[in-house]
Design a binder for this molecule. Structure first.
Ligand code: HAM
Length: 420
């Protein structure tokens, strides 16, 4: 073991487990690529103010969990705690919204950082695949994103997840609700921290999981009863489109989410096999975010799915992904000359697209065959001096153990034929 360990709240992805993470990322990205979303990549850190303004000064993410630091040049940066603010910043910076083709649809995949108390499913470094549709107000776009996330999860074989759906209203109706809720909350018996939250961000109090708080929330005014006609109609249409697409959801009036930029549609994918960290993904509309970070009005919607928690959800449901074999052919040279010849064949096979590996380090037959077995290869190419003298190599089927000589110049064809 080295003197060093991965930092607290982080873990390494190691083969063969790591293949699952790649497969999950690909499965989430596939329906997006198929629906007009283009790939975007942004830096791992940004100006800290992008997040404090975008995600919200009063959110836990910004006030407690952000890795913020000052560079030697005095610039205040933060490791990105989420992707939406960065993606919107990048789209604005590149003027994508001015190209006359709205919505700008983007997807991304990467690492995010939150200084949270680590536990199963909650890490300080985690991975998301996300999607953002920027610049258009259309309930079909909200529905599209939810449908695509649902499709990704179904393709992975997941079934024990639920979609929670809510509308948080807009800048017309939410302030009226906020006042009403604040009035109600001020009359409750709450600790000092929560009372402060009532003043800064009363909606977040609805999200408080503690029984002492939840008990008192019975009878709290519901946003549903305060939505303006435009928000109501918008939400109704999102719901109808989801129903028409056969995507089941549950209305959850208390779903507020932990980021301040949301307006109207908000949703969360929760998995019942995950215990307390049950949210595998979430998102919603953020019609005001662009203006909050200095851009023009660009109503937008998006989501991010957590890769770590999606892998945990697969494990909870006992789903083994069918991962493609990493190696099809494993070459086992016996002796110096065979090493040179087989290395040449390995290169030829690889250039032809056949997944091939080689026994390095001058191992003997037994050790090399053990490596061939471990690699999961379907075939081994074995050659010693006598084979080479006859101009052949032995092609061995690793399952049946059958072995037959193949002429050196016919190896590629023989391998292709058998793998087909
Ligand atoms: P979020 O709900 O904060 O939303 O994160 C989305 C997902 O990332 C969560 O559901 C969870 O699976 C995963 N996640 C978050 N924190 C952790 C953690 N500490 N450890 C492991 N997984 C975690 C957002 O980030 C928004 N940017 C989503 C969005 C995109 N809204 C609009 N567009």
């Amino acid at each position: 073991m080295s003197t060093f360990q991965a930092p607290k709240g982080t873990y390494d992805l190691i083969p063969p487990e790591s293949a699952k993470y790649l497969a999950v990322r690909e499965a989430i990205a596939a329906p997006l690529k198929n629906s007009g979303y283009g790939y975007i990549e942004t830096p791992g850190f940004e100006n800290v103010e992008l997040f404090s303004r975008g995600v919200g000064e009063s959110t836990d993410i910004v006030s407690k969990e952000m890795y913020a630091f000052e560079t030697k040049g005095g610039t205040k940066l933060a490791l990105r705690p989420e992707g939406t603010a960065s993606v919107l910043r990048a789209a604005l910076q590149a003027n994508l919204h001015k190209l006359g083709n709205l919505p700008v649809k983007l997807w991304y995949s990467g690492s995010y950082y939150r200084y949270e108390r680590p536990q199963k499913g909650r890490y300080r470094h985690f991975s998301q695949v996300g999607a953002e549709a920027i610049g258009t107000e259309d309930p079909a776009l909200d529905a599209e994103l939810i449908i695509l996330a649902d499709q990704a999860y179904r393709t992975l074989g997941l079934s024990q997840f639920r979609i929670l759906l809510n509308s948080l209203g807009d800048k017309e109706c939410r302030p009226v609700y906020r006042d009403a809720l604040q009035g109600f909350l001020r009359g409750l018996e709450l600790d000092e921290d929560t009372r402060r939250r009532v003043e800064i961000n009363p909606l977040r109090v609805l999200d408080d999981k503690r029984a002492v708080v939840q008990k008192q929330l019975v009878g709290a005014p519901l946003l549903r009863d305060y939505l303006c006609d435009a928000c109501k109609a918008y939400h109704e249409e999102v719901r109808e489109l989801l129903t028409a697409a056969g995507v089941a959801y549950q209305d959850d009036e208390k779903l507020v989410r932990g980021l301040d930029y949301y307006t109207r549609t908000t949703f969360e994918f929760v998995h019942d096999g995950l215990g307390s960290q049950s949210a595998v993904g979430g998102g919603g509309r953020y019609d005001g975010l662009s203006e909050m970070i200095g851009g023009p009005a660009l109503p937008s919607v998006g989501w991010a799915l957590g890769v770590d928690r999606t892998v945990l959800a697969l494990e909870a449901e006992g789903i083994e992904l069918e991962l493609p074999a990493t190696t099809s052919v494993f070459a086992v040279p016996l002796g110096e000359e065979a090493r040179r010849v087989l290395f040449g064949l390995v290169t030829e096979l690889r250039r032809a697209g056949v997944a091939t590996d080689f026994s390095y380090g001058g191992k003997g037959l037994k050790g090399a065959m053990k490596s061939a077995n471990r690699s999961g290869a379907r075939y081994a190419l074995v050659a010693g001096e006598r084979d080479l003298a006859e101009g052949v190599v032995q092609l061995k089927d690793m399952q049946s153990g059958e072995q037959s000589p193949v002429a050196l110049d016919a190896v590629l064809d023989a391998v292709r034929e058998r793998l087909a």
